[in-house]
Design a protein around this ligand. Structure first.
Ligand code: ACO
Length: 322
């Protein structure tokens, strides 16, 4: 058994923050941001109407419509988020309530920007083991809640979004093919702490915003992503030249260009929406897949390698066939 993606959906907040807007907030320029990151604009959620759970519900409804299934058929909901608005219950339970998926088991997970791939492969493992036939997998992020809007090194990078995929069990000769890694020793490269953990506000507050060593994360990404894609191809005898699309976490255009170069694969095979969305963490891969489907670029049999990387440090790659 393997889970086939039969439905995709996404949600983007309506408010757009352009590089020009950021020029009014911090000392930066549209030219610098575009040259160093490829980002031109990002979407910023409304805290009252576009929380992580609300955006996830919207993306989930679109994916369920796209899959043309009854929500009661869903056996499992896994939602990946680093910026969840809920402590309890999990956002996945909110998605269950709002979509009418009353037969699903639900849980959230946090694996930063590798979150969607981690959730996707967890769902695949439930399907392979025969516990689940239909799964809903989501990535939803309000990164804007954790961004220090006075720090030009980070505030230009992030955006908000949600994406969702419905997986359906199908008989198959092949197993789900994936590789996931983590290195907690390097957690200080990129972190944010929870608001209520400490008493001393002076010490606490700066740490509740994303703290990032941009250069270290950049070096890690351009090394780890080509390595893990090669590892995936070797482990499962995949010919990288036969892969149609490489759907990478959208963190920085230069990272994607470097991966394409290091793997010697044409950049045209690396679709991007970073220019319009910025880094939406676990929402980036499912949102991009949704865009590709709407653009008619995902056909029966289209071969994809998806890869995510981020805080933890964590990184992963999956082979997905449509
Ligand atoms: N506007 C103008 N100048 C800036 C800005 C800005 N927004 N930010 C930094 N600068 C300046 C710096 O102060 C520095 O000036 P100096 O030379 O006078 O000291 C100069 O620009 C160069 O700064 P660098 O940090 O060296 O710039 P770099 O080319 O490394 O780009 C960036 C920075 C875009 C953050 C890059 O390092 C990067 O993308 N890193 C990866 C980050 C990432 O992907 N993080 C998310 C991971 S996924 C997750 O889990 C959330």
């Amino acid at each position: 058994m393997i889970g086939k993606i039969v439905g995709l959906g996404s949600y983007l907040p309506s408010k757009v923050l352009t590089n020009k807007d950021l020029e009014e907030m911090v000392e930066t320029s549209d030219e610098w941001i575009v040259e160093r990151t490829g980002i031109r604009e990002r979407h910023i959620s409304d805290p009252y109407t576009e929380s992580v759970s609300q955006m996830a519900v919207n993306a989930a409804k679109e994916a369920i419509r796209d899959a043309a299934i009854d929500p009661e058929e869903i056996d499992l909901i896994i939602l990946a988020s680093t910026t969840s608005n809920m402590v309890i219950p999990s956002c996945s339970c909110v998605v269950q309530r709002e979509t009418g998926a009353k037969n699903a088991m639900c849980f959230d997970l946090n694996s930063a920007c590798t979150g969607f791939l981690t959730a996707y492969n967890t769902a695949q493992s439930f399907i392979e083991a025969g516990h689940v036939k239909t799964a809903l997998v989501l990535g939803s992020e309000c990164t804007s809640n954790y961004v220090d809007w006075t720090d030009r090194g980070t505030c230009i990078l992030f955006g908000d979004a949600a994406g969702a995929a419905v997986l359906r069990a199908q008989e198959s000769d092949r197993k789900n093919m994936f590789v996931l890694h983590a290195d907690g020793r390097r957690s200080d490269c990129l972190y944010a702490e929870n608001m209520k953990q400490r008493k001393d506000p002076e010490e606490l507050i700066p740490k509740t915003f994303f703290q990032m060593d941009g250069k270290e994360v950049f070096k890690f990404a351009v090394t780890a992503v080509p390595q893990i894609i090669k590892e995936l191809c070797t482990k499962f005898s995949i010919d990288k030249d036969e892969v149609d699309l490489f759907v990478l976490h959208q963190a920085n255009r230069r990272i994607i260009e470097a991966v394409s170069k290091r793997l010697d694969i044409p950049l045209e095979k690396f679709p991007m929406n970073i220019d319009r969305m910025g880094n939406t963490s676990s929402a980036s891969v499912p949102s991009l897949l949704t865009e590709l489907k709407k653009a008619g670029r995902l056909k029966e049999g289209t071969k994809i390698i998806a890869s995510g990387f981020g805080a933890g440090l964590t990184w992963g790659a999956s082979y997905i066939e449509f």
